[in-house]
Write a protein that binds this ligand. Structure first.
Ligand code: ATP
Length: 208
């Protein structure tokens, strides 16, 4: 279970989020909201990347009190991932694999699944935007998180890769893993059974 309490997030004097409580159980959740409403901000807060006021708790572990343990339970893929352009895809994946104490075999299987294996020895600077996105998804799935936060996972990837992503999400969800997704594209229930859809409106998260 993920719960956020007494949340306030400002950039300088610009207040982006302000709400008292948001709780979700295990499941697949989609967060909607127009440009600039605060989706990426919310995801960065939950994954412990930016400062904010309030409490975030995942399965009884508090972000502030046990930040290392908390972060080990969460995997976050940025909407527009930025990596050093001079390292190879393999070097980046190895970094994630080692940091999360995951097995190389898992990373290799993910790279093969997303059809990225032939490009892993190339510098990231040579990747297309779709390849870069798939690399970030591989990195997100390496390890064994409880909550996967995927910010705009569908942008730039082709239909085949999107279908593969849906299958992977379904497989992980069936193992009890949770997902927070954002997408400006519609996600139909045929592609992915969403447990709930939320929207950020006026600095608050509302249930649709
Ligand atoms: N680092 C930052 N410094 C200052 N303001 C920021 C920063 N990041 C985001 N903002 C502002 O916070 C608000 C929310 O931005 P955020 O990126 O969270 O929105 P979003 O819902 O993810 O938007 P989009 O759908 O366009 O990706 C916007 O007004 C944005 O300008």
């Amino acid at each position: 279970m993920l719960s956020l309490t007494n949340i306030n997030k400002k950039y300088g004097s610009h207040e982006v989020l302000n709400f008292s409580d948001w709780t979700v159980g295990n499941g697949i959740y989609w967060l909607k909201g127009g440009n600039g409403t605060g989706k990426s901000t919310l995801f960065r807060m939950i994954s412990g990347q930016i400062p904010f006021k309030g409490e975030v708790q995942l399965n009884g572990i508090q972000l502030r009190k046990e930040s290392v343990k908390f972060r080990s339970k969460i995997s976050f893929a940025e909407a527009e991932p930025q990596y050093p352009l001079f390292i190879t895809g393999k070097e980046l994946i190895d970094f994630y694999t080692d940091t999360r104490r995951a097995e190389r075999k898992q990373a290799e299987e993910l790279a093969a699944y997303f059809e990225m294996a032939p490009f892993l020895d190339h510098n990231i600077g040579s990747y297309s935007s779709g390849m870069l996105k798939k690399l970030s998804l591989i990195c997100a799935f390496v390890g064994n998180a409880d909550l996967y936060i995927l910010d705009e996972p569908l942008i730039t990837i082709d239909v085949r890769s999107a279908d593969k992503l849906y299958e992977l999400i379904k497989a992980k969800a069936s193992q009890g893993k949770s997902f927070l997704l954002s997408s400006h594209q519609e996600v139909s229930n045929d592609q992915l059974h969403l447990d709930q859809v939320f929207q950020i409106v006026n600095k608050q998260i509302i249930r649709l």
